[in-house]
Every structure is written in structure tokens, then in C-alpha cells.
Write a protein that binds this ligand. Structure first.
Ligand SMILES: [Zn+2]
Length: 322
């Protein structure tokens, strides 16, 4: 039989067999994601981004000092539409002598799609008992919910640090009592998360004003009040390399890098939050250091480049073996 004819017949019989036997590739869809951790070195420090999950936010309704049309236009430019699946990230820094977690995710305080931070910390090779210090950018539920479970500290050996103004505001019974009904949950969430540490004498406030305050060698807290009364950035530095953890300095990458003046309903003082954002965008772009952002797509680590009146986000280049 000529070779070509033989190949055709073999192929044909393979097709016939395939149509008469059950398909081999009928595995069910798994619909799970890879473990949410990402690691990079910063000088001698090891930085691990930890995902708490993502949550769909109706950003056209949440963003302020703009219009829904403008927001939807910028989302479309990024091939997105509202509601935007929004990351919630925390950052674990191993300085070699201290293990520091910056923000702890939401646990159950911000809907069922979040609360994965501790599982991802374990997947990344650490245990909650090893965490020496937890630094809180601010006390909104998506940043502190993961601190406590059933009234007990999730990080049993850690001290918790936050700007004194943050605790004074969110942990105040008087402020809870006078808050409108739809805002009370923020105060209650902060209290449930922080009070177990406060009761054990392990909530230690700082004053991040002026030049900021060094908490452990290589990590400094810096006031960036506005989003909340004690909102803080954490400047991580090793061997001349810098990464600044921004917390909620901004929320929606597709909109607020292009338009830094856009604010969000979650801002306690939007008029103070916008200039903090602009100042820190400009500093990051001028100096070229890394920033790590709670609500930029996981791992939320990148750099900024000035672009007209706004900025471009340049994600960190992936590295398989940091
Ligand atoms: Zn947040």
C-alpha cells in the first residue's frame, strides 16, 4: 500500500475510534487558583506578597470627585468593566531577625470571597506563630479582619503596631455610638480585630508624623493620614533598595493612576487623601522604588512612571527563584 494511503487510513480509523469511544479529555473544570503568594528579595530582606482573595467592587458607584461615565471610560481602556474584581493583599517581610506582616486581610468581615491570607501564609512556608510584629496601615475590615478569630489573636506571639490616631478613632466606643447605622460595622470590625491584642497589652501605638518612626531596623512607619485618621505607609529598606507599602493610598488602578484626584467613598477625609496620593505617586516615580499596594491586582508590587498628568503602573518583573 502506498505510504500516503496508509497514513490516511490510519488517521481515518483514529477519528472513527475517537468518535465511538468516550472522550479522554473530560476532566472536570477545577476553578481554583494557584496559592496566592509571591516572593521577591529586597536587598537582604525577603518580601512575600500574600493574597487574601478578590472581591467584586462597583467602582463606578464608589469612586468620587469624578463621574460614572469617566470611570467607565477608563475601565474600558483597561479592558475592564464594573464591578471590578479587586485584590486584597498583605505583605510579609522577613528581615532576617524579625518576621513582620503588614496588613492581615479581611477574614470574614468583607464577604465570602476573602479571608485566604493565613492559608496563603502557610502555603508560603510560614506559620502564624512565627510572626513577630503586625503593622496595620489602617483599621478598615479588609486590612485587620484577619488579626483575630473567635475573639482570639490569630498571631499569638505578635505585637500589633498602628498610628495612635487610628486606634483613637476606630476603637472609641463614643465614636461607635455616634456613627451612622451604615458605618457602625467599621468600628465594630476594628474593635473585634484589635481588642484581643489590646487586652493582652500587645497593641502598641506609634506616632508616624514628621520623618516617621523606625519600628524594626529597616522598616519605618510614615503618616499618610486622610483615607483614615491614622492611615500609615511602611517604608521597607535594605542595602539601598526600597519598597513602600501603601495600604489604601489608592484603590482602583485603572482609574486612579491616570487620575490621581479621584477619591473613594471609603475615604474618611477625601480632601486630605487626594494630596497624600499625589505626593507619594510623584515621589515613587521620581525615585523609582517599588511600591506594594493592597488593592492593585495581586501581587500588587510594581513601580510608577509619570505619564502626562497621571502615572503608569509597571508591575514587578516575575522571577521564578528569588
Ligand atoms: Zn482597603
Amino acid at each position: 500500500m502506498p505510504i500516503l494511503r496508509r497514513i490516511v487510513i490510519a488517521g481515518l480509523s483514529a477519528v472513527l475510534t475517537a468518535t465511538t469511544l468516550p472522550a479522554l479529555a473530560d476532566a472536570p473544570l477545577l476553578k481554583t487558583q494557584a496559592p496566592g503568594w509571591y516572593r521577591m528579595m529586597l536587598g537582604k530582606f525577603e518580601v512575600t506578597a500574600l493574597s487574601d482573595g478578590t472581591v467584586a467592587l462597583p467602582v463606578d458607584k464608589l469612586l468620587t470627585n469624578t463621574t460614572a461615565d469617566r470611570v467607565n471610560g477608563l475601565l474600558a481602556r483597561a479592558y475592564l468593566k464594573t464591578p471590578v474584581e479587586t485584590s486584597v493583599n498583605g505583605y510579609l517581610v522577613n528581615t532576617g531577625s524579625k518576621l513582620v506582616l503588614i496588613d492581615a486581610g479581611a477574614a470574614g468581615l468583607f464577604g465570602p470571597t476573602l479571608g485566604k491570607l493565613v492559608a496563603n501564609l502557610k502555603a508560603a512556608g510560614y506559620q502564624p506563630e512565627q510572626v513577630d510584629e503586625v503593622y496595620v496601615t489602617h483599621m478598615h475590615p479588609d486590612h485587620v479582619g484577619g488579626l483575630a478569630a473567635d475573639g482570639k489573636p490569630v498571631f499569638p506571639n505578635a505585637i500589633v503596631r498602628a498610628d495612635g490616631r487610628e486606634g483613637d478613632f476606630w476603637l472609641s466606643q463614643a465614636n461607635l455610638d455616634k456613627a451612622p447605622a451604615d458605618a457602625k460595622g467599621f468600628f465594630q470590625g476594628a474593635m473585634a480585630s484589635l481588642n484581643p491584642y489590646a487586652a493582652a497589652g500587645r497593641l502598641k501605638p506609634f506616632d508616624g508624623g514628621g520623618e516617621g518612626v523606625e519600628l524594626v531596623p529597616g522598616i519605618r512607619a510614615m503618616a499618610a493620614h486622610g483615607h483614615t485618621p491614622g492611615h500609615s505607609l511602611y517604608i521597607v529598606e535594605s542595602e539601598g533598595n526600597r519598597l513602600v507599602v501603601w495600604g489604601d493610598l489608592m484603590h482602583v488602578a485603572a482609574v486612579q493612576f491616570a487620575m490621581p484626584a479621584v477619591t473613594i467613598q471609603f475615604d474618611v477625609d477625601a480632601k486630605a487623601a487626594a494630596p497624600q496620593r499625589k505626593k507619594n505617586y510623584a515621589d515613587a516615580a521620581r525615585k523609582g522604588y517599588y511600591v506594594a499596594v493592597a488593592h492593585v491586582a495581586f501581587p500588587g508590587i510594581g513601580k510608577l512612571r509619570a505619564d502626562g498628568r497621571g502615572y503608569q503602573w509597571i508591575p514587578a518583573n516575575y522571577q521564578s527563584a528569588p
